[in-house]
Write a protein that binds this ligand. Structure first.
Ligand code: SF4
Ligand code: SF4
Length: 460
């Protein structure tokens, strides 16, 4: 169902890139996107500085293997939760693409939000509407051109710098970013270089690469062809209503379709395509063409939504959109994945303990007719508080003797300990005995873990 019409690619006939000068027509959808973009931008810039229980909203510190999501700290041991969350996210994207095409690109993707709602607006503010921008670019170098271009690119660099800093804050944390900003460059030269590399990358993306990110670079766009079908709702032109297209000619009484071939839907398209040629990979579902065409329809007193959210089936057969069995299957998978994810997140403990009997060791005889096993444990304090952790056997007959006690654990730290568990011989009734250990902090049981104890037991 998705076509790629090479005549509509953003290139000239010589294979050169065609620079886009999209016209802005502010309609219903544009206003929705505008308001949404304010929310996204506020969240993006405030995100690293917002705190929940002293933790940032989102932190993806790959170098230190520390991840924070909505104030919850995730450790490498919680990696499976990240895998689950990523899987759920991917299935959600697949589902939404199947149901609504590339709507993520036009409405949520940071590339589109920054490009169309920030950088494009600044460009229009400085250089004027599409006609003026084209004239300025094609015209000779004048004082006005130099001034406008310098001002625009200066603001672009400043904005890219701000985005780069915020982006880095999501990776290293806002505290580390503030240190880079306030302390000597010599102490943070890696961070300093990273900021400028990111700044350059963002500046190039928003000043030069632009829509090519969506039409050529982004692999998600390429996936559309396999994810969508003729029941997918996406921005589409109702060719049954629109064709045969043609200018209104009051002298010619021959009936034409509703499309007056004004070309406005093409002029507003940031990726430079003509939606009347059918669904195309380059369409990011930004809805600019819907707004533009509706304004034309209003003017000529014809029904709105000649371009709208339609599936191919809706246009061809006039049927209503339905919740297909494919969508039902994906919804079920999403529900299961989210259910499992929520279950495991709720099961997470503030202090994580892994106990393993020391490899290659059986049991030892101890004075007082006791048998002991030796264990190694990893204790992780996932909280932002000091933790004074002790392990206490649930069975009063079991004694614990530390070789290396846990001590007080600093916030978000881990330690390794070694200890003996000892059991009186007369209490050993099997070769392997299950033992429960409570992880206790100031008489409060934080967690209970199970391990096994090997003893000298002869079943005969
Ligand atoms: S904006 Fe509407 S009327 Fe104008 S060319 Fe596009 S589809 Fe036709
Ligand atoms: S065809 Fe319409 S919805 Fe698609 S990218 Fe162009 S303007 Fe946006």
């Amino acid at each position: 169902m998705i076509a790629t019409d090479i005549t509509e690619q953003p290139q000239t006939s010589h294979g050169k890139r065609r620079w886009m000068y999209p016209v802005i027509r502010k309609g219903k959808f544009y206003h929705y996107r505008n308001w949404l973009s304010y929310v996204y931008l506020a969240l993006f810039f405030a995100g690293p500085f917002l705190r929940i229980n002293g933790q940032p909203l989102l932190l993806i510190n790959v170098m230190e293997r520390r991840f924070v999501l909505f104030g919850q700290v995730f450790w490498p041991q919680d990696f499976f939760l990240f895998v689950l969350a990523t899987l759920a996210f991917i299935v959600c994207i697949v589902f939404f693409t199947m149901a609504f095409g590339r709507v993520f690109c036009g409405w949520v993707c940071p590339q589109t939000i920054f490009m169309e709602m920030v950088f494009r607006k600044i460009e229009i503010w400085i250089e004027g509407d599409a006609k003026r921008r084209r004239k300025l670019d094609e015209g000779p170098v004048t004082r006005e051109k130099i001034l406008k271009k310098t001002l625009k690119h200066f603001i672009f660099v400043v904005l890219s710098f701000l985005i780069a800093n915020t982006f880095l804050a999501y990776i290293i944390g806002s505290d580390s970013l503030i240190k880079i900003m306030t302390e000597s460059v010599n102490q943070h030269w890696v961070g300093f270089i990273s900021i400028w590399v990111f700044t350059l990358a963002f500046y190039l993306v928003y000043s030069r690469v632009r829509e090519l990110v969506c039409t050529v670079i982004c692999p998600y766009g390429r996936l559309q062809g396999v994810l969508t079908d003729n029941q997918t709702l996406m921005v589409a032109y109702d060719y049954k209503r629109g064709e045969p297209r043609g200018k209104i000619d009051r002298k010619d009484p021959t009936h034409k379709g509703d499309c007056v071939d004004c070309g406005l839907c093409v002029d507003v398209c940031p990726t430079g395509i003509d939606i009347r040629n059918g669904a195309q990979l380059e369409c990011v579902n930004c809805t600019m063409c819907i707004d533009a065409c509706n304004q034309v329809m209003e003017k000529i007193h014809r029904d709105l939504n000649l371009i709208g959210f339609y599936s191919d089936e809706m246009i061809r057969e006039g049927v209503k959109p339905s919740f297909t069995s494919r969508m039902k299957a994906y919804s079920a998978i999403i529900a299961v994945l989210l259910g499992v994810l929520v279950y495991f997140v709720l099961q997470r403990k503030d202090v994580d303990v892994t106990v393993l009997r020391t490899a290659g060791m059986l049991y030892q005889q101890q004075p007082g007719n006791y048998i002991s096993n030796i264990y190694n444990a990893d204790i992780i304090n996932k909280t932002d508080k000091l933790q004074n952790i002790q392990l206490e056997p649930e069975d009063p007959n079991v004694k614990i003797k530390y070789i290396q006690p846990p001590g007080i654990l600093a916030k978000e730290s881990s330690t390794k300990i070694v200890f003996f568990l000892m059991l009186p011989v007369k209490k050993i009734h099997a070769a392997k005995t299950d033992i429960k250990l409570n992880v206790v902090e100031h008489d409060k049981v934080l967690n209970t873990i199970k391990t096994t104890f090997i003893g000298p037991y002869d079943e005969d």
